[in-house]
Design a protein around this ligand. Structure first.
Ligand code: FEO
Length: 169
């Protein structure tokens, strides 16, 4: 049985993962509009992953006989000044998600809820990978700067690599 506090935290986390899904989907649409098909499909894939994260928590709450309560999503931005700005905002969102997951682990430990603690460890590990791949993209975009052929090549590389980083999941 989940405590009220744990349940509220997990329901909030569903919202956060869904917000990430919605925001990354909006980024994917922005990249499509920019003619960056590789970025668009990379970000679309990433958005789908966020949906699976939300659903993992959704299923876990039910398996613990808790009540899932869905809440409103915020309208995501639809325009960014350039690809680097979009990817930087994705990293900021991931950092917020990481902090929220760590806080949930803290609550689980304070309450002696070992099952939720164990369940959350997958998310702790996942966040390390998520931040790493987004940060890697930021580094590449920073190196490229305003050099269009570099952006073209990176876009092509991304279209070839979509989904590779989570093959081991
Ligand atoms: Fe599910 Fe990227 O946090």
């Amino acid at each position: 049985m989940l405590s009220e506090k744990m349940l509220e935290g997990l329901n909030n986390q569903i919202n956060m993962e869904m917000q990430a899904y919605y925001t990354y989907l909006s980024m994917s649409a922005y990249f499509e509009d920019q003619g960056l098909k590789g970025f668009a499909s990379w970000m679309f894939h990433h958005s789908e992953e966020e949906m699976t994260h939300a659903m993992k928590i959704y299923d876990f709450i039910h398996s613990r006989r808790g009540r899932v309560k869905l809440t409103a999503l915020v309208t995501p931005p639809s325009e960014w000044e350039k690809p680097l700005e979009a990817v930087e905002s994705a990293l900021h969102h991931e950092q917020k998600v990481t902090a929220a997951i760590h806080n949930l682990v803290k609550v689980a430990r304070e309450e002696g809820d070992y099952a939720t603690d164990s369940f959350l460890q997958w998310f702790v590990d996942e966040q390390v990978e998520e931040e790493e791949v987004v940060d890697d993209l930021i580094q590449k975009l920073t190196l490229i700067g305003d050099f269009s052929p570099g952006l073209y090549l990176l876009d092509r590389e991304l279209s070839e690599n979509v989904g590779e980083e989570d093959e081991e999941e």
